[in-house]
Ligand binder design. Structure first.
Ligand SMILES: Cc1ncc(COP(=O)(O)O)c(C=O)c1O
Length: 360
């Protein structure tokens, strides 16, 4: 493999070299089928085995009971912003959404087109830097479900504990699934796009309580109905077979490397390396409440914002790439998902230290 840079992209994000090498090897021909995996039918036994193994692996990794259905869908996490209210809050029923960063706010905005939207908590006023305890969110009795995002990729803030709501709980875990240890039984509907922690973009993992399938709006076209996707085992139409195949490889890699608990331990350790430096002085700043700081997306600014472009340009010379913060918030962001090595994080920390020495 050619020289690789330290890649801090927020998504699509880096994949482990072992996984990439395996894929490359299998593109010479998958097993003995005389084709690659992207050239055969999704209904062929070879692909059905891949799909089945991917699901079994997810079930083991997250300790899923039989009461949960696993779906692989297209349309990214963004499609879920619309499908969730369409299926579960139809006929203008009430649904409760928390606005705790850009992604959960986007989800709420989409839901407002479909249902009677209740904002049960908003941290917009404080710049999305501090989320109220879930037990203080104000939720109507007649609400169909509560929705939030567990890790806000753009603001670098997370809810570090599991919820305990009395109503169905729907959570976007796009940038933290498999790197935070969760008790799945506390959630009714979890979704995550693949391109951060389990492969290329183009596939979204959905884990939902089977009892929810009976509640889907049956007047919707089939392609928009979760119960139809479930009935067809995520093959209502042709899936993204390549992304599904890579996701399966990532799940295997997690199982071989200690599972979700180990990923969480490493994510805490890696993020702490950066937060320790940021908190050491005043040169770098992170505005997020310490106990809610993301362990996957470390955001920071430089006190003298005029230095930020120089920081990014210099970083690139040291092979530290894709550190620019999201275009909507600016600053810097280091995304350090599960495939990111501690060595790369240390390389960034060392660079930040040197940059501060030179310009602080
Ligand atoms: C938390 C979160 N939700 C949703 C999305 C949107 O995902 P997609 O582009 O797959 O629709 C992203 C993408 O970065 C995200 O980070």
């Amino acid at each position: 493999m050619k020289k690789r840079v330290h890649n801090f992209s927020a998504g699509p994000a880096i994949l482990p070299e072992e996984v990439l090498a395996e894929i490359k090897e299998e593109f010479n021909g998958y097993q003995d089928i005389g084709s690659t995996i992207i050239e055969i039918s999704h209904r062929d036994k070879t692909f059905l085995d891949i799909a089945e193994n991917a699901e079994s692996s997810v079930r083991r990794l997250l300790n899923l009971g039989d009461d949960y259905k696993v779906l692989f869908m297209q349309g990214g996490a963004t499609l879920q912003f619309s499908l969730i209210p369409l299926n579960f809050a139809h006929k203008n029923a009430r649904a409760s959404y928390a606005e705790i960063g850009s992604w959960s706010s986007k989800a709420a905005k989409e839901a407002s087109k479909v249902c009677d939207l209740e904002i049960c908590h908003s941290s917009k006023e404080n710049g999305f830097n501090n989320i109220e305890d879930l037990s203080d969110w104000v939720i109507s009795n007649n609400s169909k479900f509560v929705h939030y995002c567990k890790n806000e990729t753009i603001q670098g803030i997370r809810i570090p504990y599991d919820p305990n709501f009395q109503l169905p709980t729907f959570v976007d875990m796009s940038s933290c699934l498999f790197s935070e240890d969760i008790d799945v039984t506390k959630y009714d509907f979890i979704y995550a796009c693949a391109q951060k922690n389990f492969g290329p973009s183009g596939i979204t993992l959905i884990i939902l309580r089977k009892t929810l399938l009976e509640k889907c709006d049956q007047s919707l076209p089939n392609i928009l109905r979760y119960d139809m996707h479930a009935q067809e085992n995520s093959m209502l139409n042709t899936p993204n077979t390549f992304a599904w195949y890579v996701a399966g490889k990532m799940f295997n890699w997690y199982e071989k490397n200690g599972g979700v608990k180990e990923m969480e331990k490493k994510s805490i350790e890696k993020s702490q390396i950066l937060y320790d430096l940021i908190d050491l002085g005043e040169f770098y700043q992170n505005p997020v409440l310490k106990s809610q700081r993301s362990i996957n997306n470390v955001v920071f600014t430089i006190k003298d914002s005029n230095l930020e472009q120089l920081f990014l340009d210099k970083a690139k010379k040291y092979d530290l790439h894709y550190l620019k913060g999201h275009r909507s918030v600016g600053g810097m962001r280091a995304s350090i998902y599960n495939s990111m090595s501690k060595e790369s994080v240390v390389a960034l920390r060392d660079f930040m230290q040197d940059f501060e020495k030179q310009h602080g």
